[in-house]
Design a binder for this molecule. Structure first.
Ligand code: GLU
Ligand code: MG
Length: 439
């Protein structure tokens, strides 16, 4: 007989009938399996089974060609810190969610696990730069099923009720520290922002947030869609990744008021790595054909690979803080991401590219001032025009390719190219619809 759980374990046990343990895969889909709540302790101790070839499942369902085949076994090992409870609601039971690391059967890390990709990047930054990464993912999404309303309006905010208040409550209960819930500019577009948190926590929250939003919308008779564009002429749904560093004493490491944009030498050299490898990075952060329709000038997404103070066309925007705490608030915002990207991989490649900028001593990039004109920016490097171009850049870029275990890179390219092939011959509007169906 197993011993009865301690009081602490007991209070931590769920009243929901099932516990779902999941990973976010290369297609940015949350996939996993449920166990009865009575098995939660065993689940936390030894995980549940998973299959290597699952990594090659595309966003549209079919599996891409892959190196894993029908053999091998993995474990999904839940991280207790990621626990989120979705309460019962009307006739629908609640559930408990955990995010998992993928391990080999003996518990050692699997080199292709996307969450591990981020944890190792965070460890490298800590070891080499002595910094802790603080991040926050801002998400825009479209809430279909609500009446038309003006951009940023009180009317839109109220039209989205009770969904909006229920969402803020759910996120607060989950400990996600929501910061702003705002009616955005595009048709039926909204945005939710969370307070900055340690890098892994922030990326875990990004993974979960999308599911919590979509799940709640379904329960309220609405549909939340995070696709980068719902129609080619529409407003984009971006994911903006905010980054800052703390040194070993907890002091902000990106701020130096004596330098351009108030960005420290460390921050400027870090930015150099992201800008140098921008084309390959977009293959990971803007991960669908439609993503590259969004990444065009005059959309306030990212109109080119440049670093600028307060400029919403910049791939990397310096967001200065305000008030006495301004130095701690200053952060870099990477704007060329969207929700077709896996948050662990997206943050991981940005951190690794920034680290390469420092390691390899790339020249410091121009920090374009707020007053820069469009004519002055005419010569900044453009971003890839298509997903095909971005994936080819990733394949060619040995530095960025080198961030990945070989099988992870091969599978990533195979998954994204299979998705691209599935949309071959469709016009932009139809591509938008197909991507919207799965995001
Ligand atoms: N919707 C824009 C995007 O696609 C962002 C607008 C904003 O700055 O909030 O990234
Ligand atoms: Mg916005």
């Amino acid at each position: 007989m197993t011993s009865s759980p301690s009081e602490e374990q007991h209070s931590a046990m769920t009243t929901a009938p099932t516990v779902y343990v999941a990973t976010c895969d290369l297609a940015a889909q949350l996939r996993g399996r449920a166990v009865p709540a009575s098995r939660e302790e065993a689940l936390l101790r030894s995980g549940t089974g998973w299959v290597p070839a699952d990594l090659a499942i595309t966003g549209f369902g079919p599996i891409a060609d892959n190196v894993f085949g029908s053999t091998g076994d993995l474990r999904l090992m839940p991280d207790p810190a990621t626990r989120v409870d979705i309460p019962a609601d009307g006739g629908l039971p609640g559930t408990r969610l955990y995010l998992a690391d993928q391990t080999l059967p003996d518990g050692t890390p699997w080199e292709c696990c996307p969450r591990r990709f981020l944890t190792t990047a965070l460890e490298e930054l800590r070891a080499e730069l002595g910094v802790t990464v603080i991040a926050s993912f801002e998400h825009e999404f479209t809430l279909a099923g609500t009446a038309p309303s003006p951009p940023f309006s009180f009317e839109r905010y109220r039209t989205a009720e009770p969904f909006g208040s229920d969402l803020v409550t759910l996120l607060e209960q989950a400990g996600f520290a929501p910061e702003t819930w705002l009616p955005e500019y595009g048709d039926a577009q909204h945005e939710i922002t969370l307070s900055p948190a340690e890098g892994l926590v922030a990326a875990d929250r990004a993974v979960l947030l999308r599911e919590l939003v979509r799940d709640l919308a379904r329960r309220r008779g609405l549909r939340a869609c995070f696709a980068p564009l719902l129609d080619p002429a529409g407003t984009g749904n971006g994911v903006h990744i905010h980054l800052s560093f703390r040194d070993a004493d907890g002091n902000p490491a990106l701020h130096d008021p004596s330098r351009p944009g108030g960005l420290s030498e460390l921050g400027t050299r870090f930015s150099a790595g992201i800008l140098r490898h921008a084309p390959a990075l977009t293959a990971v952060t803007a991960a669908s054909p439609v993503s590259f329709l969004r990444l065009t000038p005059h959309r306030w997404s990212a109109g080119g690979a440049f670093l600028a103070e307060r400029n919403r066309e910049a791939m990397l925007r310096i967001c200065p803080g305000t008030g006495p705490d301004a130095g701690a608030q200053l952060n870099l915002e990477y704007r060329a991401a969207d929700a077709t990207a896996n948050p662990w991989l997206a943050l991981g490649v940005l951190l690794r590219a920034g680290l390469e900028g420092i390691r390899r001593g790339y020249p410091e990039p121009v920090v374009w001032p707020e007053s820069v004109t469009e004519a002055e920016l005419a010569a900044v490097p453009p971003l890839p025009k298509s997903q095909e171009e971005a994936l080819n850049e990733l394949e060619k870029d040995d530095v960025v390719g080198g961030f990945f275990a070989p099988d992870l890179l091969t599978t990533y390219l195979a998954v994204r190219r299979a998705e691209l092939a599935a949309l071959a011959g469709l016009d932009d509007a139809e591509c938008c619809r197909r991507i919207a169906d799965v995001h």
